[in-house]
Design a protein around this ligand. Structure first.
Ligand code: GLN
Length: 523
């Protein structure tokens, strides 16, 4: 059976539980243990994907097409874990399951209660079989939240069911610094741990977010009040880059604390993948500027995975990547005068689309490296149809019904194979040999994640190819164009999918790596 590490948080929200959990998982991996991740969000929305991105940042998509919150991305990136629909579960989904079971008569007319029916359902999701040594399991929200109570109750029961040696509780808190008295205050942490204890959960380790390292006496004091050894009180100091977190934990012997809890041998970890990033961050190396032509810049984290993927590709290419946010709604060519590459990311709706088309035109005409993601591929196709093929009213039916549709909904693809309305999740793509796409991926079979409704019309293929834009990736049935590229251009490539969801901080992603390499070369 896998061992479980539960991460809870207290005092305030947004302490970075996801990153802390992923950081602990990374320490285990660095000793050769395999790690899976799960996240439980107590809120009542059934599906985090339907929550407003204005509140929640980017919608992250898993291989199996689950639209989820961006925390799942941290786990996939940090741990290389492949998560699914059942690894991101909200309170709403739990109640939905329970109430539907009740409607189907599965409880045989018994009284349906929070305990055991809801708690059992939560435990069912927690304990769904995995083939890893560990599961790091984050409980969203803050201790004391009303909707979180039943989740705390469930993990308490779970620990009791499987044995305390198989479950570790890590609690994240905050120790605010009071300028006036020059003191770090530990009381909120004490209160938070006490409130956890009221739910029957004794924290085995505390990660205390603080502006500076805790002193020995502060750790003693916290340990004494919170009922755990001072050595298990860790300073979660602010870092300027999340990939420094595993190194910060390593320096405080977090692995040893985890190992002691589970009765595992102490072992030295191989931290080179993080040391490499740390070295890169402070390296005196050139910077490339990438113009990202988008429209969700006012929403924090709307382009989380994209920014990450660009950063990862910078690490691979040994250049710093500066992102220049170019608002598509007031795009003008002069805003691109200082960029080494242009990226048009995904997007929905007509607002700003003209600026995105103009960005594709600019990159095409001026031989500027271009990468298009989803909508970024569609606008490249529209630009080419209008300005190279002379189809002046070429458009996507998403933006104009009365047009020559080069992008549209493929009616009979709206079937079992292609999901309900959005094409969601991983789909295979076949790459044409001897294309830029082939050079980028080094293989002809890839799988990338999708989240879109519209597709390029494949019947245009010959016409486009004759004029210099080729389809270099397509669905295995040959009906859906998945990648396009320009023949007479140093680097112009676009995908109907979202490669950013599969980028790794340790290896980057082939498409982003190649794009940043091209931007570096063009500088
Ligand atoms: N709006 C476009 C579509 O639905 C593109 C979506 C996207 O960029 N993710 O097809």
């Amino acid at each position: 059976m896998a061992k479980y590490i539960f991460i809870t948080g207290g005092v305030v929200s947004s302490l970075g539980k996801g990153v802390a959990a992923a950081g602990c998982g990374a320490l285990l991996q660095s000793r050769g243990y395999s790690v899976h991740a799960r996240k439980f969000d107590p809120y009542l929305n059934i599906d985090p994907g339907t929550m407003s991105p204005i509140q929640h940042g980017e919608v992250y998509v898993t291989n199996d097409g689950h639209e989820t919150d961006l925390d799942l991305g941290y786990y996939e990136r940090f741990l290389g874990a492949k998560l699914s629909r059942n690894d991101s579960v909200s309170g709403g989904r739990i109640y939905w399951d329970v109430l539907n079971a009740e409607r189907r008569g599965e409880y045989l007319g018994g009284t349906v209660q929070m305990i055991p029916h809801v708690s059992n359902k939560i435990k069912e999701y927690i304990s769904a079989p995995v083939d890893t040594d560990f599961v790091v399991c984050e409980i969203g929200g803050t201790v004391g939240d009303i909707e979180g109570k039943i989740f705390l109750e469930s993990i308490r029961q779970f620990a009791n069911d499987v044995g305390r040696r198989n479950v570790m509780f890590i609690h994240l808190t905050l120790a605010p610094y009071l300028e006036k008295s020059g003191e770090l205050k530990t009381k909120p942490t004490q209160m938070s741990v006490r409130s956890l204890l009221e739910n029957g959960i004794q924290a085995d380790m505390l990660i205390v977010r603080t502006p500076r390292m805790l002193t020995a006496s502060e750790r003693d004091k916290i340990g004494m009040f919170c009922n755990l050894p001072a050595k298990s009180v860790i300073s979660g100091i602010d870092v300027d880059n999340i990939y420094k977190i595993p190194l910060a934990y390593e320096a405080q012997h977090v692995f040893d604390i985890i190992a002691d809890h589970f009765g595992l041998p102490h072992a030295r970890g191989d931290m080179t993948r993080f040391e490499r990033i740390e070295k890169y961050l402070s390296a005196d190396i050139p910077t490339v500027t990438i113009g990202v032509v988008g429209k969700y810049f006012d929403v924090p984290d709307a382009y989380k995975s994209l920014n990450e993927a660009l950063f990862h590709a910078g690490v691979q290419n040994n250049v710093h990547v500066k992102i220049k946010k170019i608002n598509a709604e007031d795009f003008s060519a002069d805003k691109c005068s200082d960029v080494n590459g242009i990226l048009v990311p995904g997007g929905f709706g007509e607002r700003g689309v003209d600026g995105k088309i103009a960005a594709a035109t600019f990159a095409r005409e001026n031989q500027v490296p271009y990468m298009g993601i989803c909508l970024g591929m569609q606008v490249a196709v529209i630009d080419f149809a209008r300005n190279v093929l002379g189809i002046t009213d070429a458009n996507s039916t998403e933006f104009k019904k009365d047009c020559t549709p080069v992008i549209g909904i493929i009616a009979d693809c709206d079937s079992e194979n292609y999901g309900g309305t959005l094409r969601l999740g991983a789909y295979p793509c076949e790459i044409t040999p001897d294309t830029l796409a082939h050079k980028i991926y080094g293989t002809t079979q890839i799988s990338e994640r999708h989240r879109h409704r519209y597709e390029m019309d494949i019947s245009l293929e010959q016409k486009f190819a004759d004029a210099g834009m080729i389809i270099s990736g397509r669905s295995p049935d040959g009906r859906l164009p998945e990648m396009v590229e320009l023949k007479n251009h140093p680097f112009f490539v676009a995908g109907q999918f979202h490669p950013e969801f599969q980028s790794s901080p340790y290896t980057g992603h082939p498409m982003f790596n190649a794009f940043i390499a091209a931007a570096k070369a063009s500088k």
